[in-house]
Design a protein around this ligand. Structure first.
Ligand code: SF4
Length: 323
């Protein structure tokens, strides 16, 4: 069953560089149809992620961290529509942290949230001055800024009785973080869809884990969310994160399906075929004497992998294999 469209929204978002104007400007009916289709896809993906990782349980009070960027706006909007339709009863409360960055338009989010009748809390805490004081001129401030923000949000979660903290990280964030850890951290890890916070008191969820960033950008534009940029402080995104994001975008353009394969791999781990002795007891490996279905051929390449590689190189060509 399709849900009713949310109430009309506040000030429109200007299209980002390189983006086309909303098709709504050309043909309102077609634009509405496309927006509904996109909303359905987002709801399906968010619903799927919530179900797969048991993110929301009956009676949960979900605190949505609303920065004012396109991702957190999309998260809040989709969770609100799901809340109205879900068989499970849960509450949503939006929380925005006003970090006292110069030029922060403090009235925008309260007005928007009040118009949509969304319960919310605006928390004012000057983390901006702390970051400016601690980080030398020209340094990247994001890491300290996020740490301070996290501490405040955890505290607020306790104050408002939130049982889950929802963050707006999406599929592209998860993949970029995976490669950053791989390239620079020497670890196979990323932002998980659900985890216990480092203070041990909160459960953090990422309901957008299956959603592509470009869909969130299209949705934000179509819904005219009142976007507040995260660069008021003048800080720049980490260079490496930018480069990894560009690498992923380039792959997506040049190799159809590569990002889908990477994302699928993140959820399909075979500990016995990696090298981490904490995850698999290699000492206990013994010949069983009987063939295992799907067992390793050890000396050969993986036929399924070979087939997938050839399919990607020459779509439509089937590969004959001898027994
Ligand atoms: S861009 Fe500015 S506000 Fe955003 S995380 Fe970095 S330092 Fe904080």
């Amino acid at each position: 069953m399709e849900l009713p469209s949310p109430a009309p929204l506040a000030a429109p978002v200007a299209p980002a560089a390189g983006q086309t104007l909303p098709s709504r400007a050309r043909d309102p009916r077609k634009a509405e149809f496309e927006t509904n289709k996109l909303r359905k896809r987002l709801r399906r993906l968010v619903g799927q992620a919530i179900a797969d990782y048991a993110m929301i349980e009956p009676g949960d009070r979900v605190m949505v961290c609303l920065s004012g960027g396109k991702d957190s706006h999309g998260l809040l909007d989709i969770l609100l529509t799901l809340k109205d339709a879900a068989p499970v009863r849960f509450d949503v409360i939006a929380v925005n942290l006003d970090q006292k960055q110069p030029g922060f338009p403090a009235d925008v989010l309260p007005r928007y949230l009040a118009e949509r009748a969304v319960p919310f809390r605006i928390v004012e805490q000057d983390t901006y001055s702390v970051v400016k004081r601690v980080i030398p001129e020209g340094g990247t401030m994001c890491s300290l800024c996020s740490r301070l923000r996290r501490g405040v949000l955890y505290r607020v979660a306790g104050e408002i009785g939130a049982t889950k903290i929802a963050l707006g990280h999406h599929r592209d964030d998860l993949m970029a973080t995976f490669f950053l850890n791989l390239f620079f951290g020497g670890k196979l890890k990323t932002m998980p869809p659900k985890l216990v916070s480092d203070d041990g008191r909160n459960v953090v969820i990422r309901p957008l884990a299956y959603v592509r960033e470009r869909d969130l950008a299209r949705y934000a534009e179509a819904m005219a969310f009142p976007i507040i940029p995260c660069t008021l402080c003048g800080s720049q995104e980490h260079l490496q994160r930018k480069q990894v994001a560009a690498m992923l975008r380039d792959w997506e353009k040049r190799h159809t399906g590569r990002l889908d394969s990477i994302f699928s791999a993140l959820a399909t781990v075979t500990p016995s075929h990696l090298l981490d002795r904490r995850l698999f007891d290699f000492r206990a490996v013994r010949a069983s004497g009987s063939a295992a279905p799907g067992g390793d051929t050890a000396f050969d390449v993986d036929p399924a992998l070979e087939e997938a590689i050839e399919r990607a190189a020459a779509p439509g060509i089937s590969i004959a294999r001898s027994g």
